[in-house]
Structure formats: C-alpha cells, structure tokens
Design a protein around this ligand. Structure first.
Ligand SMILES: C[S@@+](CC[C@H](N)C(=O)[O-])C[C@H]1O[C@@H](n2cnc3c(N)ncnc32)[C@H](O)[C@@H]1O
Length: 316
C-alpha cells in the first residue's frame, strides 16, 4: 500500500520533503496547543501571514519523500494524500478545538482570490479573515489590536515566506506583544546565496540582509577567515579584509539567526528543525520562538516544540 502511495505521489509530484515536514510540525503544534489551552480563558487566534492559495499544486515544491512521521497507517492512504495536498490554512482550519479567530494574509491578488474561494468552502461558521495585504504591514495592524487586548488573547503565528520577506521590524513588533508563539521558516539558503565568496555584496542585498537580520553587524559573524588564504591575512588589521574571508556554512547561519531572534524573543528554541531538499541542501530552518514571558507558558511551549522538532529530525 505504501508503494502505491509513493507511485501516485511520483505521478502527481505532490509536495516535497520539507513542505510536508513544515506542515507536519505546524499541524502537530496547533493540535497540541489547542488541547493544552482548552480550558484557559483566552481567545485563541491563528495567523498565517504567508498563507498561499490553500492547496499544494504539483511541481511547485517537487521533492518526493518516502518518510512521513504522522502515522496515518495503510487504511488512511487517502487521508495522507489529502494532507499533502492541503496548504497550511486548510490544515489549521481542521484543528480541534478550532481557534476562535483565523487570519490568513496573502499579498498576491490572484492567489488571495483562490485562497478566499477555498476558505469559503471550509468556513463552517468559523471566524476567518482572508486579507489581501503585505504581511509585514498587516502584522503591525494585528499587533496593535492584540496589544490593546493582550490579557485576553493568545496567538500562533506561522511565517512561511518563499525567502527574505519577513522584516525584522515585524518580528520586533510581534515579540513586543507578549502573546505569540511563532513558527518561522527562516530562509537559510537565501541568506547563504546573498553571501558571495568575494564578500563583495550587492548594496541591494546588503539592505535586504539588514532588514531580515535586524542589524548591519552580520558581516563579522557570517564571514570567517579563509583558512586556505590564512597566510595572506593582515594580522593587525582592525577591519577584516573581506577579500580573504569566506561565508559561513548554512548551520552557522542558522545559529546566527537563533542568536538574533533571542535578542528580541524571551524564548527561542536552540536547535531549530533544518529542512533539506532532495539534493541535501539546507534550505530553511524551522525556528520556534515565543513572545510570552510567562515561565510556565515557556516551559510548556518549549517542551511541545522540542518534542515535535525531535520526531521530525529523526525521520530526515
Ligand atoms: C511558501 S508560500 C505559502 C505556503 C503556505 N503557507 C502553505 O503551507 O500552504 C508563500 C506565500 O506568501 C506570499 N507572499 C509573498 N510575499 C508576501 C508578503 N510580503 N505578504 C504576504 N504574502 C506574501 C506568496 O504569494 C505565497 O503565496
């Protein structure tokens, strides 16, 4: 039966190893979160800031993956395929108990229209806003509303950009509310691609890196002396000689991202889930962060997130 799933999957090119994993992590977290907070007197919100079209179509992210740790079993082949085809908004809508409010943000006009019509089929009386806006702009609006009611609301925010779209200012605003649990698909590979060996970086890339990392000090952390040219390094130079350095590897970029996030969030998981494509390239790091300062909430969030990351790391 498993073979037939893989065969159909190949035919349809549904989903990729990392696409499936990110959804699996998110789905598990939402289910556990809603059960854990079931009897708490908060309004629970789910915000999908890069919501997409609601489904995953063929070819978009076409790595196929034989591993799948949500155990649907042989009887549930259709369920498994359905999971793979559903985008994060539809998966979030299936959370039991449901969230009190769902907000889906999608910037592209046509994609948002498709999402809207799919959501209409799954509304079932739920409070759902589909918003055709830029995520960074609209998150500021949401955070203003939440800040006024911060004692009443707890929220999960999913940040799933294609690349370098999440601004540091947005993260700072989210962190300041004190109510969010955040799953951020940090674009490790995009950052790596913006760090050329020569360290001569296009000024527009520098601005983008500054905006995503929230500092212009990243150069001294993301470039290291090139051992192969160590003899040529000016030992007493105060400024690093950028002609004799090399960019760090993806896992060091991930560590740096975690350190940066720790500067604004009270809790960030030390070891995010690295997501690889079929060629083994580390393309994203799925980071969990909490803006809630309450120690008991952090203990619980940390335990759940670490467990989910661990089981997904094991099936890599
Ligand atoms: C990776 S896809 C989202 C996939 C979706 N989360 C899922 O799992 O089904 C990223 C989406 O973000 C949208 N997008 C890109 N930049 C955006 C921005 N600044 N604000 C809101 N949406 C944006 C893209 O049009 C695209 O649909």
């Amino acid at each position: 039966m498993r073979k037939s799933v893989e065969k159909r999957e190949k035919m349809d090119e549904w989903g990729g190893i990392w696409t499936v994993k990110k959804k699996e992590v998110l789905k598990r977290y939402l289910d556990t979160y809603q059960i854990a907070l079931k009897n708490k007197p908060f309004e629970k919100w789910y915000i999908d800031a890069f919501a997409g079209v609601g489904t995953h179509s063929s070819g978009e992210e076409s790595d196929s993956n034989p591993f799948f740790s949500l155990d649907f079993g042989d009887e549930d082949v259709e369920q498994e395929l359905t999971f793979r085809r559903q985008g994060s908004p539809l998966l979030a809508l299936q959370t039991i108990p449901p969230f009190d409010r769902y907000i889906f943000i999608e910037k592209a006009v046509k994609r948002c229209a498709v999402l809207s019509s799919i959501i209409d089929e799954h509304r079932c009386g739920k409070s759902i806003d589909v918003v055709n806006k830029d995520a960074n702009e609209y998150l500021a609006t949401i955070c203003d509303e939440i800040t006024l009611r911060r004692r009443e609301i707890r929220a999960v925010l999913f940040l799933d950009p294609y690349g370098m779209q999440v601004s540091w200012d947005s993260l700072k605003t989210v962190a300041a509310t004190g109510v969010f649990d955040v799953w951020y698909l940090f674009p490790t590979m995009s950052v790596k691609r913006m760090l050329p060996k020569s360290a001569r970086i296009d000024p527009s890339w520098v601005r983008r890196l500054d905006a995503v990392l929230g500092t212009s000090d990243w150069k001294s952390s993301l470039f290291v002396p090139d051992e192969s040219r160590i003899g040529q390094i000016r030992l007493f130079a105060e400024q690093p000689d950028f002609e004799k350095v090399r960019p760090v590897c993806e896992s060091d970029i991930e560590k740096y991202a975690v350190e940066r996030l720790k500067s604004i969030f009270p809790f960030v998981v030390d070891e995010p889930l690295p997501l690889y494509n079929t060629r083994g390239k580390h393309i994203f790091s799925f980071v969990f962060a909490m803006s809630n300062r309450d120690k008991a909430a952090i203990r619980l969030g940390e335990k759940i997130a670490k467990h989910i990351i661990k089981i997904n790391r094991e099936v890599t």
